[in-house]
Design a protein around this ligand. Sequence first.
Ligand code: EPU
Length: 424
Amino acid sequence: MIEKIKVYGKQKVNGKVNISGAKNAALPLLAAALLSSDGMHLKNVPPLTDIATMLALLENLGVDCQVLKNSPHANSIKLKTDSVENFTAPYEIVKKMRASVLVLGPLLSRLGRCRVSLPGGCAIGVRPIDLHLKGMEALGATTELRDGYVYASAPRGLRGAEFAFPIVTVTGTENVMMAAALANGTTILKNVAREPEIVDLANCLNKMGANISGQGTDTIVIQGVTSLRCSEHTVVPDRIEAGTYALAAGITGGRVDLLGGDFRKLLPGFLDKMEATGLSFSPIDDGLRAESSGKISPVDIDTEPFPGYPTDLQAQCMAMLCLADGESTIRENIWENRFMHVAELMRMGADISISGTHAHVRGAKHLVAAPVMATDLRASFSLVLAALAAEGDTVIDRVYHLNRGYCCVKEKFAGCGVELERMR
Ligand code: EPU
């Protein structure tokens, strides 16, 4: 397995990047296939290890998954779902990827019961699923935790209900929305997540015959239907990947054309903050151009649910702010442990201190190459960004984290005149 990346320092990003389909949209969409016995055809699915893990889980449940390569950075997947009988999502798969819990709602809805391993904690936080379960219970399911598994059942089917999430949860909203699609009656979900990936899922479910409205607002209304049919759907572009490459232009003083989506609409909170740092954005054919002014101004950032500044772009932005002209403060409001990259950035000469949920980033004159280690998916790319701007060549270890959520990194950077090397 390829495990390290060598990044040559002092490179400037200048070119274009085809943005792939969003991992965090494709994962719930794949789980949604379980809701119908009629199959699904998903297009623009990114070739990532997290997607492979979800396909392994679906196959384990009885789904036949046929993957067709459309381009190096997009697959099309045909799912045959007529013989789903297994209702267990085993620990061996769930431990690799917490988003596996997204099969809970669809399995419960389709089979009337499921047994899903509890995901456990991870590098960025505890990640409980209590709100997923409270939502299922509101729909009439009973749930029990035993042997590290959630046992959920609704032998007489789920029934529509009103449920207000006490805090905004992305996969929680997706799970309960999927379960409610086949419930008997109307479900009203309040204080739901408004992320574009939720809207994409609701739109796909509607193509399958569901009756969902309000997606993209804080209240979603679902009129339950008795069955769903096969649909063809194209996964929304990955706003986090787009933001990450914009930051690559920012930290290297370069320019990048992000192709394949309306990123102004997909990244409102991010673009506002980045404009304050000196990055400018202009619309181009089929995308958005991000261009550095050659200077990085400090900025204060609070991570928030959509449409605020996304937590999934916090680590990458911190790398850029390490070279700002002054002090920035980043407050991480979503995950309690998402500053693991700080110690690695400091190995490269960054000047950062942490107090609770705040990171104070004092801009340094330069960063210097050092051996560093990726601690989680987004952290791994923050190290790539820091390394591009650093003096010397940086070797980043444990890049399997990167492969979970970013595809064709070497090829995409090559399209921007930037070279890096995969190493064993
Ligand atoms: N939370 C609970 N109880 C729950 C669910 C969530 O307390 O039942 C808490 C979490 O502990 C966290 C907060 O609510 O503090 C928000 O978590 P959320 O449920 O929204 O996160 P998620 O659905 O598990 C998704 C993305 C993450 C992204 C977050 C926030 C997917 C597959 N994952 O996770 O993406 O950080 O939303 O936007 O959609 C990534 O791609 O790198 C990544 C971690």
